[in-house]
Design a protein around this ligand. Structure first.
Ligand code: ASP
Ligand code: MG
Length: 461
């Protein structure tokens, strides 16, 4: 079997966990499987790097030094626990020291210039994956598994220059990933690739957006036409709801690409929203597996929509705002709509939901709450004077997802009666033409009640 395995931040977080990675890989290598590893930064490190950029911009050099020292110690500690071979351990510790020095240097430049462009930010964010991946690589070597370290860019993940959220250029990725990784695999070497990182055609480092290591793994899986991509997490799989909200939530054994994409889009944090894209065309399945319970099958995401149950899962986006534009004359409506979406585009925001009243003079959009002030400002500048712009915060989007809803009457009625029975008022609703999900907006104080009611009504025990 040929499999790309992605190990997330929890898996790389400590020496003990890195040794678990080694155990898993050893099993597969022994069986003769061809494995490519993709690894994330230790949990919390990417957030830490983001704060360091803020500190540098604010000129807080003392704070930076302390944080970098802590980051270095955490990685050195993991080296000491996970790499038994003296020489390999020392080499890795030297690497970590070199990388943290380079990080320090970059942050000093940011603090002198008081500027961090998206390109510079990517350079800083990439340090987390580089440090963690080196430890995993040498831990494998130390246990006698032949492995090779590559950054995403060195492996062949070529992207555009949309720094912070770069897009892979799949034709180039395919060509280069094959050229760089296949010869290693043929020699029995396990490539260990930094997740999250790509590079432009000119060789400038980029990142694929937060949570982007999933995406790195699926880009590699698709390019090499592997049998499966496995994403190792600290959960049982894709769950019927967030277990922190719904204690009796359970893993979904099988789910289609479409359903899983919908869930990722509507706030389920288990996969990067774009991660499935590379796999769909090639029908390569993705498995979400529990790192702490590797025997369990987890969730398989594939092209078939299994019809067990009408609804697969309920997800929620906690912090959104509704912006409503009203008062336009009927003849102005198309122009107003164009301007509304342009205002979103200008601030890089996405319309999570859109609803338009039949008179066409009233349009409501749901946007991430943190983007609302900027969007409102933009709208006030561009809309005709007779238009009214109102907004409502403290609301959440809840999505009920499942392909079994398609062509089945009564599902919406059941959704509304389930929440109405709990006294929850629905502020806005939308259903995609694909009938894959029904999404609703409720007040924040009602959100947990509503998710639980929907889970009880559709998934149960
Ligand atoms: N380390 C990156 C992040 O925290 C990428 C990832 O974890 O997938 O967003
Ligand atoms: Mg992650």
């Amino acid at each position: 079997m040929k499999v790309v395995m992605k190990f997330g931040g929890v898996c790389t977080s400590s020496g003990a966990n890195i040794l678990r990675i080694v155990d898993i890989v050893r099993e597969h290598v022994k069986r003769g499987d061809k494995v490519v590893l993709v690894t994330s930064a230790m949990a919390g490190v990417t957030d830490g790097l983001l704060s360091l950029i803020d500190n540098a911009l604010a000129g807080e050099l003392d704070g930076i030094e302390k944080s970098i020292a802590m980051m270095r110690d955490r990685h050195v500690q993991a080296c000491s626990e996970a790499i038994e071979d003296d020489e390999l351990r020392h080499e890795t510790i030297r690497d970590i020291e070199g990388l943290t020095q380079e990080l320090h240097f970059t942050l000093r430049i940011i603090s002198y210039l008081k500027e961090a462009s998206p390109r510079t930010r990517d350079r800083v964010l990439a340090f987390g994956e580089k440090m963690a991946t080196r430890i995993v690589w040498r831990a494998l070597m130390s246990e006698g598994i032949n492995a090779e370290y590559l950054t995403g860019g060195q492996a062949g993940i070529i992207t555009d220059d949309n720094f912070g959220r770069a897009n892979p250029i799949m034709s180039l990725c395919e060509e280069r990933l094959k050229k760089n990784l296949v010869p290693l695999l043929e020699r029995g070497i396990v490539p260990v690739v930094t997740g999250f990182i790509g590079q432009t055609v000119e060789g400038v480092e980029t990142t694929l957006g937060r949570g982007g290591s999933d995406y790195s793994a699926t880009i590699i899986g698709a390019a090499l036409e592997f049998d499966e991509v496995w994403v190792w997490k600290d959960v049982e799989g894709i769950m019927t709801a967030d277990p922190k909200i719904v204690p009796n939530a359970k893993p979904v054994p099988k789910i289609s690409y479409e359903e899983a994409t919908e869930l990722a889009y509507f706030g389920a944090k288990v996969l990067h929203p774009l991660a499935l894209k590379p796999l769909i065309e090639k029908h390569i399945p993705l498995r979400v597996k529990n790192f702490f319970n590797p025997e369990n099958p987890g969730t398989i995401v594939h092209h078939e929509a299994s019809n067990d149950g009408i609804v697969k899962a309920i997800s929620m986006i906690p912090r959104v705002a509704i912006i409503t534009v009203s008062g336009a004359e009927l003849y102005e409506a198309p122009l107003v709509i164009t301007k509304v979406f342009k205002a979103l585009y200008d601030v890089g925001a996405n319309a999570i939901m859109v609803s338009q009243s039949s008179s066409q003079t009233n349009i409501s959009i749901v946007v991430p709450e943190e983007k609302a002030p900027e969007i409102l400002k933009g709208l006030k500048e561009v809309l005709p004077k007779n238009c009214d712009v109102a907004w409502e915060g403290d609301v959440c989007v809840i999505a009920v997802v499942g392909s079994g809803m398609r062509g089945r009457p009564g599902v919406a009625a059941k959704v509304f009666s389930a929440v109405a029975e709990k006294g929850v008022n629905v502020r806005m609703i939308a259903q995609g033409a694909s009938e894959l999900n029904i999404s609703l907006v409720v007040k924040r104080e009602d959100a947990i009640k509503a998710v639980r009611a929907l889970h009880d009504a559709f998934v149960g025990d």
